[in-house]
Design a binder for this molecule. Structure first.
Ligand code: ADP
Ligand code: MG
Length: 396
């Protein structure tokens, strides 16, 4: 298919896309490289539009918009959607997403972004939601069910975009049979709210026999998420604190003046809940797609892999204690040292937080079947981190 890669209303390049293979086989022309996905721009050498590495990276980026191969229960989902590979889904809705504004416009079509984008246009999510999150689901019946932004969500957890009162929300379940992730998201939101950190607000909801987290979309028609992975891609890698410092410098140079403060907030949150999953696609920046101006650090999102979620056993307490810091895995006690002024944190705001969490976990216990013992342990862990942070603040 000959098509134009669009960024909202701007033509980026013209290419041949082989939807069977899910790759770009030829690039005819580049019109507006500045409007290309951030990571793609850095692969363009400015002269040869058919440079193999440029084309391969474009294909990889586009394929990466599909549901990843490591999505929990992907086989089952694809079976229910009656398709064989997730890249097939990209053809169904022009590759549109709710996290950015890129799409593929067939060359012989005069369709406009305003006619098709999922921010303005509602989509029928009910069958996808069921196929994705329900334990028992039939194969989908309506072609419409494949025309949704759910074709372009990243990440490991089962998830689905839904619409309520005009707002787009992302619902996320737990991993396999684990039920804790949505509660960790809700806890993270509560901490951020109390400490005044910019964050995506996660609440709890139930879907069939499952507790899920629910958060509103933090992107709108004028913005896109650019992950730290993309931003760091053309920067020298040090595997030490320099990666962080250079990243902050880059954000500041692009006009995000409070980048350091916001990054620190994220690592403070990760310390408190022991979030092990702060990889480079779980934070980034928001850019205006019309002006290309860098607007802000992303509000804190994806905090589910916390409170030892992978290490729980009824009999013993094994504590991981390792977080992510750019390319490194490091103890939380080390990562927190990047925070320059801990005294700005009012730890008293978290005083009754373990009790708050205890109540929340008990409230849904009839659905989650989480044991009292585990609930107690989770609250002990949380309390321990709060106390640790308290003494770090006192001694700083
Ligand atoms: N509220 C949101 N608004 C817009 N995009 C989002 C939102 N939440 C997540 N995303 C996008 O979806 C991807 C997967 O979501 P995430 O919460 O990271 O799930 P997972 O836990 O499976 O990694 C993110 O990397 C981001 O691109
Ligand atoms: Mg994620």
């Amino acid at each position: 298919m000959k098509c134009i890669l669009m960024n909202k209303n701007t033509e980026v390049l013209m290419a041949e896309y082989d939807s069977g293979l899910g790759v770009f086989t030829k690039i005819y022309d580049v019109y507006n490289i500045d409007y290309a996905p951030y990571i793609i721009k850095s692969f363009y050498n400015g002269t040869d539009v058919n440079d193999t590495s440029f084309r391969t990276n474009l294909s990889d980026w586009f394929r990466g918009r599909g549901i990843p191969s490591w999505r929990d229960k992907l086989d089952l989902l694809l079976h229910r959607l009656d398709i064989s590979v997730s890249s097939e889904l990209l053809d169904k809705s022009f590759g549109l997403s709710l996290s950015d504004q890129y799409w593929l416009k067939p060359i012989d079509s005069d369709i406009l972004y305003d006619d098709i984008n999922f921010f303005d246009h509602d989509f029928d999510y009910s069958e996808f939601l069921e196929a994705s999150l329900s334990r028992n689901s039939k194969t989908i019946t309506k072609e419409e069910s494949l025309k949704t932004p759910n074709n372009t969500t990243d990440g490991m957890l089962k998830k689905a975009w839904i619409i309520e009162d005009g707002t787009r929300y992302l619902l996320k379940g737990g991993y396999k049979n684990e039920v804790l992730q949505p509660f960790n998201e809700a806890l993270a939101s509560e901490i951020c709210k109390r400490l005044g950190f910019d964050h995506v607000e996660y609440t709890l909801d139930t879907y069939k026999d499952m507790v899920v987290s629910k958060c509103p979309c933090f992107i709108n028609k004028d913005t896109e998420l650019i992950t730290a992975y993309q931003i760091r891609n053309d920067m020298k890698r040090h595997d030490n604190v320099e990666d962080y410092e250079e990243y902050i410098k880059k954000l500041e140079n692009n006009g995000i003046k409070d980048a350091r403060n916001k990054m620190e907030n994220m690592f403070i949150l990760d310390f408190l809940i022991m979030n092990e999953d702060r990889h480079l696609n779980n934070f980034g920046i928001i850019r205006n797609v019309n002006t290309l101006k860098w607007l802000d650090v992303t509000p804190i999102f994806d905090n589910g892999m916390a409170l030892n979620v992978d290490y729980y056993s009824e009999g013993e307490v094994a504590i991981s204690g390792q977080g992510r810091f750019f390319y490194e895995e490091k103890p939380f006690d080390e990562i927190i040292k990047v925070v320059k002024d801990l005294k700005r944190i009012d730890i008293n705001k978290l005083k009754d937080l373990p009790e708050w969490f205890d109540e929340l976990l008990h409230k849904y216990q009839n659905i989650t079947k989480m044991s009292d013992k585990r609930i107690n342990l989770l609250c002990v862990l949380l309390n321990r981190q709060i106390n640790k942070l308290k003494s770090l603040i006192e001694n700083s």
